[in-house]
Structures are given as structure tokens and as C-alpha cells.
Design a binder for this molecule. Structure first.
Ligand code: ZN
Length: 440
């Protein structure tokens, strides 16, 4: 596996613009009525499965998974409120955000005063629809722009929520791409949010293209791409994959990767795992970014990083959850996520994977004094590879630190040079018989 750039992915997949392709995938997935369970998730996974070898798993309602129980399955066919004049005040067909997720079925007529406690809006953002759910308590509700809510006249309203909350299953998808080693990388996106583009669809789109690419390559590491509802989905996967867990050497939750904000990487619970060092290194050379320490708040890094598992799983985002006004509202839409931001996010993930794939320790076979590079034709080779003075420096760093204790990422960190340069220098030195790989 040699290519780790968006351009290589585009070539391998035969697409012109990966950012545009991800944006189109988000557009296609946008209307499905995703929730913690149900057909919205299945329809989403069916589309994802066109891109990569996805196995869809169903976990029956009522199953005990770790300390949790899989909830009843929720499906909705239609949901609307009709005003006194018969006109629709809110309709699921216009936006899946109008209905609070996991709302109980309702068919009733009521006054505005009776309806009012079931209506949610954002007074400070009067044109946006909020995202609400009833995952953890019984109830029902509709979400609508505050401006529309304020204008509702008194009178009799008709409410229809044609939904079922009944024994069924929880659905998640997993694509397993075998590597040459028995070490795996776990990559995870959540699939339980309705029409929100950055919060869940950006991660789904990125993993779909990445998975399609990895499936065409011959990676050294194995990859497990998990598309699951947040929290309970990760818990189901952990409960059902005890035999796989020792293989998971690196992990990353990908979410909120389409907005134009700078990158944020949240370290795994371990804090200094190879995935943490790989992301820190890639972002340092990619531009403005922030690194945060692990906390048990956020996405499924909490489950993977619970003390009984302690898997090295970090989380890559742009602007973190709750830190941008569009978060969990209808303004997290197709215009909020940008093809160029999606493409750059994919580039960072590819570069980090490239580090994990190629990091290795080498032994300098001529360690007593510097080897005479000119006599061996190494300067000539370096000139043909481009890279100039930096590549020459990288050669000296690799020779000096390849004492069996330092890997290429260690050398990149210590030298301040990009991993790709260090890797290229090591390749030249191997070709000239000055370097031997340690440990296969
Ligand atoms: Zn969310």
C-alpha cells in the first residue's frame, strides 16, 4: 500500500472529486428517517453497502448487551399536525426533524393549549428546527421554527403520528477488510440522527468512500468500519465481538467533518497510543487544529474507552459538538457541509492511516560514524526523488535514530519533518543496503 492521498483514492475509485462525491452521498441519505433503530437506519446502510462490503447485523429488542437492553424498534410512516384551517403546521414529509425521534403513536384532536407542551422550538434561532428525541423517556413531540410556533392561532388541532414502537431489532453495519497482519483498525460513524448533515452524515459519507478505497487496496493492517447508532450500537458491537477486541490496535470515531472549522482531535483514553501520535503528527503538518485530551463525554470513544475495554480509540472532528450554533438544528444542512472540507477531512484520515500502515523500526547497518553517502550514489538517488535539502536531512535523521529503538514516527516527531519525508528517506537507505527492517 503506497498511496495515502485523496488523489490516489479518487484514481482508485474512478471519481473526479471525492468531496463532491461525499456531498452527493449526504444529499442522498438526508431524507431517510434515521433513529436509534428502524428502517431509516436500514435504508441508510443499504446505500452505504453499495460502496463497501457491508454486513448488516440485527440485534433483537430485549437483548441484554453489557449493562444495557436493546430497546423496542421504532418506525414511522407519517406524522403531521393540521391547524384549525386544515393546513399542515408541521409534516414529517418536509423534514424528518419535525417529529421528535422515538415519539409514541398519537391520533388526536386537541386545543393549542393542550398541544403546546409537545412543541419544541429555538426562540434564539426563530427560523431553525431543533432536533429532539425521546430515547430515554416516553412521550411525543414536534419540532418547528419558533416563528411558526408563535404564529399558531387558537383553535382545534389534529395530530397524527402513525408510528410503531414494538419488538423488532437494532440494526448496525460492519465492513471487515482483511489485512496482512492480525492487527486491526476500528473506524466508527454513528447512524442514528435524522436530517443532520455534519452530525452523522459527514462521518457516514467519509467512511463509505474510505472503505471502498481500502477494499481495493492490499492494506497491511485490517480495517473494521462500523456504522452504528451512538452509544447502544457501540455497546452491541462490543458485547458481540469479545474475540475480536484483542486485534483492535488503533481506533477512530469520525464525525462532524464537513463544516469549515479547523480540525479537532480528541485523544484516546490512553492519550499516547499510536493513533494519538499519528493524528497529532498529521494535523501538525496540515495546518490550524486543536488537540484535546480524552473525556468520557462525546461519541463512542466513551464506550470503546471504558475501563473494561480501554481500546485506543480517538475522535476526529472539525468544530466539536455543541460548539457551533447549527449543532442539532435544521441549519446543519447541505449548505453547512462543504465538499472541500469533506475532502480535506478525508485527506487527514488517509494520512493518519498512512502513518499507521508504514510506521516501522529499522536498524542502521553502518552505525559507526556516518556512512559515506556520495560514494554510494545516495545523493544522486535523492536528487532524482525531489524533496531537496529536507530529504537529505531526513536521511541523516533516519540513519542516526535507526538504532532499533525508534520507529519512523518517532523520527518524524523528533526531527520535525513530515512522516512522508522520513518514510521516503528510509526507502532510499533500504535500496542502498544501509537499513534493515526490524520485526518483519
Ligand atoms: Zn448528535
Amino acid at each position: 500500500m503506497s498511496g495515502f492521498r485523496v488523489a490516489d483514492l479518487e484514481r482508485a475509485l474512478g471519481i473526479e472529486d471525492a468531496g463532491r462525491a461525499m456531498h452527493e452521498l449526504i444529499r442522498e441519505l438526508l431524507p431517510f428517517p434515521r433513529a436509534m433503530t428502524g428502517d431509516g437506519v436500514r435504508r441508510t446502510l443499504a446505500v452505504v453497502g453499495r460502496h463497501l462490503p457491508l454486513a448488516v447485523h440485527e440485534v433483537p429488542s430485549g437483548s441484554q448487551v453489557l449493562d444495557w437492553v436493546v430497546p423496542p424498534e421504532w418506525n414511522v410512516r407519517e406524522a403531521w399536525i393540521a391547524g384549525p384551517d386544515g393546513r399542515r403546521v408541521a409534516d414529517l414529509r418536509d423534514s424528518t426533524l419535525h417529529l421528535a425521534s422515538y415519539s409514541e403513536p398519537v391520533r388526536a384532536r386537541m386545543t393549542l393549549a393542550e398541544l403546546r407542551p409537545h412543541l419544541f422550538s429555538l426562540p434564539e434561532r426563530p427560523d431553525w428546527i431543533p432536533y429532539r428525541h425521546f430515547f430515554h423517556r416516553a412521550g411525543w413531540g414536534f419540532c418547528l421554527p419558533h416563528r411558526r410556533l408563535e404564529a399558531l392561532p387558537d383553535g382545534e388541532y389534529e395530530v397524527c403520528i402513525d408510528a410503531t414502537l414494538a419488538p423488532g431489532s437494532l440494526t448496525y453495519g460492519e465492513a471487515v477488510i482483511r489485512g496482512e497482519t492480525d492487527a486491526d483498525v476500528l473506524l466508527c460513524a454513528h447512524v442514528c440522527h435524522p436530517a443532520l448533515c455534519n452530525d452523522n452524515l459527514s462521518g457516514i459519507a467519509l467512511l463509505s468512500l474510505l472503505g471502498a478505497y481500502l477494499d481495493r487496496m492490499r492494506p497491511r493492517l485490517g480495517y473494521r468500519l462500523l456504522f452504528a447508532p451512538v452509544t447502544i450500537g457501540a455497546i452491541c458491537w462490543l458485547a458481540r465481538n469479545a474475540a475480536v477486541l484483542p486485534r483492535i490496535q488503533h481506533g477512530l470515531v469520525v464525525t462532524l467533518l464537513g463544516d469549515p472549522g479547523p480540525f479537532t482531535y480528541k485523544r484516546s483514553r490512553r492519550g499516547d497510543a499510536p493513533i494519538d501520535r499519528a493524528l497529532a503528527h498529521v494535523l501538525r503538518h496540515a495546518g490550524p487544529h486543536a488537540l484535546r485530551d480524552f473525556s468520557p463525554v462525546g461519541y463512542d470513544e466513551r464506550q470503546f474507552g471504558s475501563p473494561g475495554f480501554d481500546l485506543p480509540v480517538g475522535c476526529l472532528m472539525r468544530t466539536p459538538h455543541g460548539e457551533f450554533p447549527e449543532y442539532h438544528t435544521s441549519a446543519d444542512d447541505l449548505s453547512f457541509v462543504r465538499p472541500e472540507a469533506l475532502s480535506a477531512s478525508l485527506g487527514v484520515v488517509l494520512a493518519a492511516i498512512g502513518v499507521l500502515e508504514r510506521d516501522a523500526r529499522y536498524e542502521n547497518l553502518c552505525p559507526r560514524g556516518e556512512p559515506q553517502l556520495g560514494r554510494r550514489g545516495i545523493y544522486r538517488t535523492l536528487a532524482t526523488r525531489g524533496g531537496g535539502a529536507e530529504l537529505e536531512q531526513a536521511v541523516l535523521w533516519v540513519l542516526n535514530l535507526s538504532d532499533g529503538r525508534h520507529g519512523l514516527l518517532d523520527i518524524a516527531e523528533r526531527s520535525g519533518l513530515a512522516f512522508d519525508r522520513i518514510h521516503a528517506a528510509a526507502a532510499v537507505l533500504r535500496e542502498h543496503g544501509l537499513l534493515r527492517r526490524i520485526g518483519g
